[in-house]
Write a protein that binds this ligand. Sequence first.
Ligand SMILES: Nc1ncnc2c1ncn2[C@@H]1O[C@H](COP(=O)(O)OP(=O)(O)OP(=O)(O)O)[C@@H](O)[C@H]1O
Ligand SMILES: [Mg+2]
Length: 228
Amino acid sequence: MSTLIELKSVARHYTGSSGTVRAVDNVSLSFKEGDFSVLAGSSGSGKTTLLNLIGGIDRPDIGEVLISGISTQGKSESELADLRLNKIGFIFQSYNLLPVLTVYENVQFILQIRGIADRLHNELILPVLKRLGLIDLKERFPSQLSGGQQQRVAIARAIVLKPSIVLADEPTANLDSDTADSLLDLMQSLNHEDRVTFLFSSHDPEVIRRARTVIRLRDGKVIEIENR
Ligand SMILES: Nc1ncnc2c1ncn2[C@@H]1O[C@H](COP(=O)(O)OP(=O)(O)OP(=O)(O)O)[C@@H](O)[C@H]1O
Ligand SMILES: [Mg+2]
């Protein structure tokens, strides 16, 4: 299986009035096609900081992050944005949907940023909305959806361009346990049947139970990697 993302001795520090926080401390990891992995750890252990480094939203102070073999180091903001748009899908805890756009338009927005011709939009978007059970909701606005439905739109948006990997920061945090379960069923079946690669951050035991690789973090360090 090909390596999608590689971290080599990566560190990220924050310096504030109370001193320096080592949010990510000497982390080396790699992620490959087909993975279904979770970064697990208590609040403040560095999960979000690490996901942002992995996704090229942020760059390390020390070490190197390679996305499809391309280092994020020395890349301009627009080069990084291109790399992200082509390779990485993001799902955020708070969904980050645009409230003035419908379900369809929220997904379409990504295609517009990429400059994909309008005539191709339906054939890209409709199958994804069908796959995620959103087709009958496509004209609704986010405020007219449940939390679980909004999170499904966020997944649709993350996968519509068939990224190499989808990064999801605490995807179940705002959902009740039944909704979280069905969302995880969906992501597992996307992983099995559509070969979508996922990396989560979570402290939700159910997410951790279902992951095939559990990377445990404490104080910014990887303390254990469990492969199942
Ligand atoms: N922008 C920032 N400025 C200063 N310190 C930060 C910043 N972002 C994160 N930190 C610090 O870095 C450490 C790791 O934070 P991070 O948000 O990555 O943790 P987390 O595991 O995602 O936590 P949570 O489960 O609460 O989301 C924490 O000590 C946090 O206070
Ligand atoms: Mg976090």
